[in-house]
Design a protein around this ligand. Sequence first.
Ligand SMILES: Cc1cn([C@H]2C[C@H](O)[C@@H](COP(=O)(O)OP(=O)(O)OP(=O)(O)O)O2)c(=O)[nH]c1=O
Length: 190
Amino acid sequence: MANKLILASSSPRRKELLQQMNIPFTVQSANIDESQITTTDPIDKVKQLAIWKGEDIPIQHLNTIVLSADTIVSYEQTIFEKPRNKNEAKQMISTLSGQVHDVYTGVMIRSLQEKKVFVERTRVEFWPLSEEEIDAYISTEDPYDKAGAYGIQSLGAMFVKQIIGDYYTVVGLPISRVVRELRDFGIVME
Ligand SMILES: Cc1cn([C@H]2C[C@H](O)[C@@H](COP(=O)(O)OP(=O)(O)OP(=O)(O)O)O2)c(=O)[nH]c1=O
């Protein structure tokens, strides 16, 4: 029997990226308490959160594969997750203005027998931004469901001077690596 993939995510971007790769899957959102995390190291954090999300989905069959991920923005010693309000969004974008930051995405792929966890990093440089530009941006919907308060795939694209690494790591799922790793779990394009 062919293996079946479950995407343990409520992120519309992760769903779209798997669809773009012609990989068949179903969605089951993980429900975890991210505030329970204690580590402040960005790599440990995205790994742990991806593991919690993936382990929240029960596996009942030998042919079930679960994919989960977590994305954060890291600048100097600070981790930026999703902004809770306008003030936090402004603070995040103002801090990232004119600077280079890292985006980390942790991924877990698991079956009953096996587990693979990895982290991808992409470096992003922002142009120096004016206060007017930042204020205009945070009054849109764009920043609020995204780590670091910007969407590189949407309006936030105008802030990005250059990147080093996989663009899709920033969007929330390093899809080329994920496709390769999924093959080892017997998940391939239709
Ligand atoms: C930096 C950046 C992040 N993001 C998104 C990717 C992630 O969906 C989100 C970070 O939140 P996550 O907690 O990684 O994911 P999620 O809550 O959206 O979905 P789930 O936990 O159910 O899988 O930020 C962008 O879409 N564009 C960007 O440029």
